[in-house]
Design a protein around this ligand. Structure first.
Ligand SMILES: [Zn+2]
Length: 250
C-alpha cells in the first residue's frame, strides 16, 4: 500500500511486530478518546431498524381510572464495538381508554422526535418532572410525591435512562448512607418504645391501600422538600429525612 507523504521527513521509525502488539491495548484503554469518523451518533436520519429493544413501565395514578403503559424502545448504535451506544428511539403510551388522551399522543410524538434528533436528550426528564397538576398531585407507593401524571412519565423516562446508562445516579457517599441507617435505627428504637408505653397506635395517614403496603418509611412521616418523599421524621426536636439524609439542623 503506497502512502504519499506531503511534508518533509524529519525522522523515521521502523515498526516491529512487537510494537504493534504493544500499541493496541494502549489505544483501546485510552479513556474517552474523541469519537472517530466511523462511530455513529444519534441523528435525525438514522433509520429505524426492523427490531428495537425496549421496556414497558406501568403507571397507576389515582387521577386516572386505568393504568398507563409506557413503552420506550431503544436503538443500539455501533453494536459490538467499544463505542456501543444504547439510545432511546421512540416512546408509546397506551391505556384501556385513550379517549381523552390526545395530549398523550401529542406528547409521545414530540418526545420520540426529540429522541431521534440526538444530542443530549436527558433534559426532557427535568422538564416533565417540573409539571404540576393544578388539581394536586398524589403519593406513589414508597411515599414519593408525584406532582402530576406528566411528572410521573418524566420519572419513568428517567428510570429508563438510568437503566440504559444514559443518566448516572449521583453516588450517595458512604458517610451519608451510614448516617441515614443510624438515624433510621434510632428512630425505630424510639418508636417501638413509645408504642409499648402508650397503648393505641397513632392514626395512620390516609394513603391508598396499594401504597401503604409498600410504604417503606414510618407512618406519619412528613414530606421532605429536598427529595419529594414522605420520609421526614422528628428526632431530638429536629426534622430528619430517612430517605436522603436531609436535616433541618444541618
Ligand atoms: Zn429527603
Amino acid at each position: 500500500m503506497a502512502i504519499k507523504i506531503d511534508k518533509k521527513i524529519t525522522g523515521y521509525n521502523v515498526v516491529k511486530p512487537e510494537d504493534k502488539v504493544a500499541a493496541t491495548p494502549v489505544t483501546a484503554a485510552a479513556p474517552k478518546e474523541a469519537p472517530s469518523a466511523e462511530v455513529i451518533q444519534m441523528h435525525e436520519s438514522v433509520e429505524r431498524p426492523e427490531t428495537l429493544v425496549g421496556s414497558t413501565f406501568k403507571i397507576k395514578s389515582p387521577l386516572f381510572e386505568h393504568a398507563l403503559y409506557v413503552t420506550i424502545n431503544d436503538i443500539v448504535l455501533n453494536a459490538g464495538t467499544k463505542h456501543e451506544l444504547r439510545r432511546p428511539f421512540e416512546i408509546f403510551i397506551n391505556s384501556k381508554n385513550m379517549d381523552h388522551f390526545q395530549w398523550i399522543v401529542a406528547l409521545t410524538r414530540i418526545l420520540s422526535a426529540v429522541f431521534r434528533k440526538g444530542g443530549d436528550v436527558t433534559f426532557i426528564v427535568e422538564e416533565l418532572k417540573a409539571v404540576f397538576d393544578p388539581r394536586g398531585g398524589y403519593f406513589k407507593a414508597g411515599g414519593v410525591y408525584m406532582p402530576s401524571i406528566v411528572a410521573e412519565i418524566g420519572g419513568v423516562i428517567e428510570q429508563h435512562m438510568k437503566n440504559i446508562g444514559l443518566i448516572h445516579d449521583p453516588e450517595m457517599d458512604e458517610a451519608t448512607r451510614k448516617l441515614i441507617a443510624e438515624k433510621r435505627a434510632a428512630y425505630e428504637a424510639l418508636d417501638s418504645k413509645k408504642n409499648s408505653e402508650v397503648s393505641g397506635t397513632p392514626a395512620a395517614p390516609s394513603v391508598d391501600a396499594a401504597a401503604s403496603e409498600t410504604l417503606t418509611f414510618p407512618p406519619g412521616s412528613m414530606m421532605c422538600d429536598k427529595c419529594n418523599t414522605r420520609a421526614l421524621v422528628l428526632m431530638d426536636n429536629c426534622q430528619t429525612c430517612l430517605n436522603c439524609g436531609y436535616s433541618k439542623c444541618g
